[in-house]
Design a protein around this ligand. Structure first.
Ligand code: C2E
Ligand code: MG
Ligand code: MG
Ligand code: MG
Length: 288
């Protein structure tokens, strides 16, 4: 009898599960075709150097133009590509495309590329990176790979070895979404990262709540004392920007400067931000 009730309960949830499962299956099928149909694109969001007061590069952000669903955000399809083994070819496409584009930009512009944990564990990553650099002739120090703390969840000795191989090529390594992962600070000791990206959840609250403010200050000081650059992501207001600058954060990124733009708008974005960020009120706010 209790088994029957159990089944009844299961059946009650079935339609909802079916809908989710069906959406997932359909996305999965579409993803398998998306590459050959050329439905992926990279958008680029400026990285702004607060010390020098000028644009210093872009982060490449993947977009999927689905023929029927429209724009599907990366958080909705990247986990699926990881599960079905598509992240390897897709990640290779991203790296090649991003390096090829960045090689056409002024030489002081870096390009930051996200590498997911699954992609990072892939045996071929080091070769894919060196291949993308060779094909594009992009100088390795202009390429910054963004990984998250989740790469350290498994096999951290292999992770460290891969990081050293990448670094030996001259590529920079940034820790993305810093502070949101399973933060055991021990890995900061085991590898010399070039950059810490302060997660946007801390940036958003840094001007409002004492806790976030303290965390932001601690991360910036931690980065400084370890010789790592710090960047604040998700900067949306002048107040947040001024706060990060006053705390000594080196770089900033966020909708305040620019949303991620298609490749056709990269040149105009560079021009707009090259000689300082001139949004109304910014200079005055900076001076005060
Ligand atoms: P992320 O690497 O932390 O990228 C930052 C995300 O914050 C981007 O979302 C960006 O559009 C968004 N963002 C930037 N400025 C602001 C702001 O001022 N306010 C707010 N609210 N958001 C802001 P997006 O493009 O949807 O990407 C989400 C995540 O998907 C990325 O987080 C990254 O983890 C992943 N992703 C994106 N492109 C790639 C890729 O090519 N490969 C891999 N493996 N992952 C990618
Ligand atoms: Mg990122
Ligand atoms: Mg991030
Ligand atoms: Mg993120």
């Amino acid at each position: 009898r209790s088994k029957m009730e159990g089944r009844g309960t299961w059946r009650f949830f079935e339609p909802a599960m079916d809908a989710n499962l069906q959406k997932r299956r359909s996305l999965e099928l579409d993803l398998r075709e998306a590459m050959s149909r050329d439905e992926f694109a990279l958008f680029y969001q400026p990285l702004y150097d607060l010390d020098q007061d000028r644009i210093c590069g872009f982060e490449a952000l993947l977009r999927w133009h689905h023929p029927k669903r429209g724009l599907v955000p990366p958080d909705q399809f990247i986990p699926i590509t990881e599960e079905i083994g598509l992240i390897t070819p897709l990640g290779e496409w991203v790296l090649n495309r991003a390096c090829e584009q960045a090689a056409l930009w002024p030489s002081e512009m870096k390009i930051a590329v996200n590498v997911s944990a699954t992609q990072f564990r892939d045996q071929g990553l080091v070769e894919v990176v060196s291949g993308a650099l060779a094909a594009s002739k992009l100088s390795p120090h202009r390429l910054e790979l963004e990984i998250t703390e989740s790469v350290f969840l498994e096999n951290s000795s292999e992770t460290i070895a891969t990081l050293h191989k990448l670094k030996a090529q001259g590529v920079r390594i940034a820790l993305d979404d810093f502070g949101t992962g399973y933060s055991s600070l021990s890995y900061l000791r085991s590898f010399p990262f070039d950059k810490l990206k302060i997660d946007k959840s801390f940036v958003r609250d840094a001007t409002a709540t004492h806790g976030s403010k303290s965390i932001v200050r601690a991360v910036i000081n931690l980065g400084r004392s370890l010789g790592m650059t710090t960047i604040a992501e998700g900067v949306e207001t002048i107040e947040q920007l001024n706060h990060m600058k006053a705390e000594g954060c080196n770089e900033a990124q966020g909708f305040l400067f620019s949303r991620p733009v298609p490749v056709t708008e990269v040149a105009s974005t560079i021009l707009a931000l090259r000689n300082g960020f001139k949004k109304k009120g910014f200079k005055n706010a900076m001076a005060s």
